[in-house]
Design a protein around this ligand. Structure first.
Ligand code: FDA
Length: 388
């Protein structure tokens, strides 16, 4: 027997579950399929287990996309305030950590439980894959547990990040299957790797975190940079990674808001008897200050201006040339994805095949670190769930 639904949502992640809830609450018969053993696995590990579920200030400027305007309509249709209202209705306590980022006080599980409650009217089938898809008036899906038919199909299978949590390129194959383009997917919000020479000194600083201004071209972020045993990570580096073309260098200002050259020259008279390490230590974490001071043992008064100028410039404009990234295995998100050109921005519905929707991370809309990716999942899920 072939079962029929108004809508089949493939992918029980943030976007798929939210969309299913919106559609089910409108009285539609909804089936959610996921090949994984449980729903919302990324939600559970997000935000260090506390889920940074949105950001207080979200706009299209916080997203990367070949079409920077595409996300505007869906983001305006379901805002952070709307999601916060839901969180409050469910009595989930939360707090702002930094830069408008909202986290649960308790656990990410609370967000997943809320989503599951919201989509209680939908049927959820786990451990089910889709073998074939066709469209003949409606959608026909040959799944690993029988054939299902639906008037609408929502593809919410995310991107390629963290394959061990069930990530696949299903959305891209589905897009191509139904005549849509795909902007080449690439790891984003990902730690960066470096050549052996750089890694050698970075390893010595592994564990050191420093507030920096990081930039490539006109893009800049002020957050923490973390040295690791493999290279660089931390929020600043994850943010800039999304904007780096292969082989591109980026700059780090280790003394944001301070002209390091002037500070060092001034210290030469003001703190003539102090060592370089001590002076740098007033502005940098101790181990980083020791690294930049190197083997220098002279007092500030004895250091040539030229040396201090060169060091100051280095501190304000340190150029890093990564060799690559830690890839999809470590990337928090996937940039690129289903091309937005043939999607209606208000609903995420296909212009080529009405009834077909692409939402969430599968789409070529990628948020900054800080709750923006979940807000896109909620907003795009809401847009599709309302439009079906
Ligand atoms: P998501 O990947 O969540 O869900 C896709 C679903 O589709 C999965 O359940 C998967 O099993 C299923 N699927 C895949 N292929 C399939 C197939 N072939 N057949 C059937 N099912 C299939 N964002 C944020 O805003 N705040 C945060 O705190 C964090 N923290 C964070 C931490 C870590 C470690 C990661 C990896 C990511 C984050 N993110 C984040 C990003 C955020 O998790 C991500 O953007 C959203 O989960 C995307 O939601 P989607 O529903 O689009 O995809």
């Amino acid at each position: 027997m072939i079962e029929s639904f108004d809508v089949v949502v493939i992918g029980a992640g943030a976007a798929g579950l939210f969309c299913a809830g919106v559609a089910a609450r409108r009285g539609l018969r909804v089936l959610v399929l996921d090949h994984g053993p449980e729903p919302g696995r990324k939600i559970l590990i997000s935000g260090g287990g506390r889920c940074n579920f949105t950001n207080m200030k979200v706009g299209a400027e916080n997203f990367l996309s070949a079409n920077p305007h595409f996300s505007k309509s869906a983001l305006a249709g379901f805002t952070p305030k709307d999601f916060i209202a839901l969180v409050e209705r469910y009595g989930i306590a939360y707090h702002e950590k930094t830069l408008g980022q909202l986290f649960c006080d308790g656990s990410a599980r609370q967000i997943l439980d809320m989503l599951l409650d919201l989509c209680a009217g939908a049927e959820l089938r786990l451990g089910v894959g889709v073998r074939e898809m066709s469209h003949d008036g409606g959608f026909v899906l040959e799944t690993t547990r029988g054939v299902v038919k639906a008037g609408n199909l929502v593809v919410a299978t995310g991107g390629l990040s963290i394959p061990k949590l069930g990530a696949t390129g299903f959305a891209y194959e589905a897009a191509k299957r139904f005549g849509h383009g795909v902007v080449p997917p690439r790891p984003a919000l990902v730690p960066l790797t470096f050549g052996a020479q750089d890694v050698a000194w970075m390893q010595e600083l592994a564990g050191v975190s420093a507030p920096v201004r990081i930039s490539v071209g006109k893009i800049r972020f002020e957050e923490n940079l973390l040295f690791t045993h493999r290279g660089l990570s931390g929020p600043a580096v994850l943010q800039i990674s999304s904007y780096l073309a292969p082989g591109a260098a980026f700059e780090v200002d280790f003394c944001p808001g301070l002209r390091a050259e002037e500070m060092l020259l001034e210290a030469k008279t003001r703190r003539a008897k102090a060592g370089l390490k001590a002076v740098l230590g007033e502005h940098l974490p101790a181990r980083l200050a020791a690294h930049f001071a190197g083997a220098e043992t002279r007092n500030m008064a004895d250091l040539p201006d030229k040396t201090l100028r060169a060091l100051g410039q280095k501190l304000n404009r340190f150029s890093f040339a990564p060799t690559g990234s830690e890839g999809f295995a470590k990337a928090e998100v996937t940039a690129g994805g289903v091309d937005t050109t043939e999607l209606v921005s208000k609903s995420c519905e296909s212009r080529k095949l009405p009834g077909l929707f692409f939402i969430g991370e599968a789409v070529d809309v990628t948020g900054w670190l800080g709750g923006y990716n979940f807000q896109w999942a909620w907003a795009s899920g809401h847009a599709a769930g309302q439009a079906i």
